[in-house]
Design a protein around this ligand. Structure first.
Ligand SMILES: *Cc1c(COP(=O)(O)O)cnc(C)c1O
Length: 359
């Protein structure tokens, strides 16, 4: 079976080169005589894989030594609680920007542990845009301010990182980490579920400024305790060893593409191909407001649910799969993460054009 162009939002397409390497190394990693899946996480061979993966994350994101890098379980959703448990212990207040269901869920989760205030929200507008933000809107006493840099379901992204003054900024970057350069030092903490732009599902990557470690609530579970996990090198217990290895292979591929700086213009070009087409189309319409458009998740619709369904079905037959929008929004969504080749995006654009001609 030939490979399809997979536009799934996550788990999502991965670089073929990484998958091929994994296949080659499946039965014996190097001279070990065993699969990475079969290795003790404490073995020398695995420790090397782990250290190399962490070094790749640091290198690709330019993470200074003053930040800890953690590989934790429970996905991005686990971190919704972890953020509050590790940071909401000063004034007990945090500011959240509500730009989607994930942002909203994070806010609700934090509310169990303290006061989570909604600074701004685009909920009433179906999360079509990122609300305008200014420094005065944020509470200077807050323990942290929280944003979701890219909103996977709605196809929106912050074009600018808000200025929160001295209050640490926490960002859920699950769906656009490693897609564009970010200055890590603008953030107190960054986290991301791995299954969108890092590698396979299985862990959340957490990058946290070390001076923020040690503020956790006494009730924080060990596996969500950032300070403890940092002390234990993310190996308090068994980490998701294979997922971390696969993420390393994906990041080696990214490094060969020129790293984040190299892939960013390609990502912009990919998104532009679709938005340019959508902006002139008489059949399809882009959903997100222009100034809030994501370069990772492109949402669009015809305005007719039956026609949307027909399009998704016809595209699938052409090997353009997983274009159905999130169940809460309907319509279509093309997730075009780093590993989606530009040829796949062109093929989608051409197919949309053909579909439009026929309808
Ligand atoms: C997918 C996603 C999540 C949830 O990730 P899990 O790892 O499944 O918990 C959270 N936030 C954003 C922005 C996402 O895209």
């Amino acid at each position: 079976m030939e490979r399809v162009y997979n536009f799934a939002a996550g788990p999502s397409t991965m670089p073929v080169e990484a998958l091929e390497t994994a296949a080659r190394e499946m039965l014996s990693f190097g001279e070990s005589g065993m699969s990475v899946m079969e290795m003790s996480h404490r073995s020398k061979a695995y420790q090397e894989i782990f250290s190399e993966t962490e070094a790749l994350v640091r290198d690709l994101m330019h993470i200074p030594e003053s930040y800890a890098v953690l590989f934790l379980q429970g996905g991005a959703t686990g971190q919704f609680a972890a953020v509050a448990m590790n940071l909401l212990t000063g004034s007990g207040k945090a500011d959240y920007v509500d730009t989607g269901v994930f942002a909203h869920n994070a806010l609700v989760e934090a509310g169990k542990y303290g006061t989570a205030r909604t600074v701004a929200s685009s909920r009433e507008e179906g999360y079509r845009r990122i609300p305008a933000l200014s420094r005065e809107m944020f509470d200077p006493e807050a323990d942290y301010c929280y944003i979701t840099t890219n909103n996977t379901i709605y196809g929106t992204r912050y074009s600018q990182i808000p200025d929160t003054g001295a209050v640490p900024l926490v960002a859920d970057m699950s769906s656009n980490i490693l897609s564009q350069p970010y200055d890590v030092e603008k953030f107190g903490a960054i986290f991301a579920g791995a299954q969108k732009n890092i590698g396979p599902a299985g862990f959340a990557l957490v990058v946290v400024r070390r001076d923020l470690l040690g503020r956790q609530m006494a009730c924080t579970p060990q596996i969500l305790n950032w300070k403890l996990m940092d002390e234990k090198g993310s190996m308090l217990n068994t980490p998701p060893t294979y997922a971390i290895y696969m993420a390393g292979l994906c990041m080696k591929w990214l490094k060969k593409q020129g790293g984040v700086e190299g892939i960013y213009p390609v990502n912009c070009e990919k998104a532009q191909i679709l938005y340019d087409y959508l902006d002139q189309s008489k059949l399809f319409k882009a959903v997100a407001d222009k100034d809030s458009r994501s370069i990772m998740n492109v949402t669009f619709r015809t305005g007719n649910e039956d026609l949307d369904a027909e399009f998704v079905k016809a595209a699938t037959k052409q090997g353009l799969v997983s274009l159905k929008g999130h169940r809460s929004t309907g319509g279509m969504r093309a997730s075009i993460y780093n590993a989606m080749p530009i040829e796949g995006v062109r093929a989608l654009r051409d197919f949309m054009n053909k579909f439009e001609m026929e309808h």
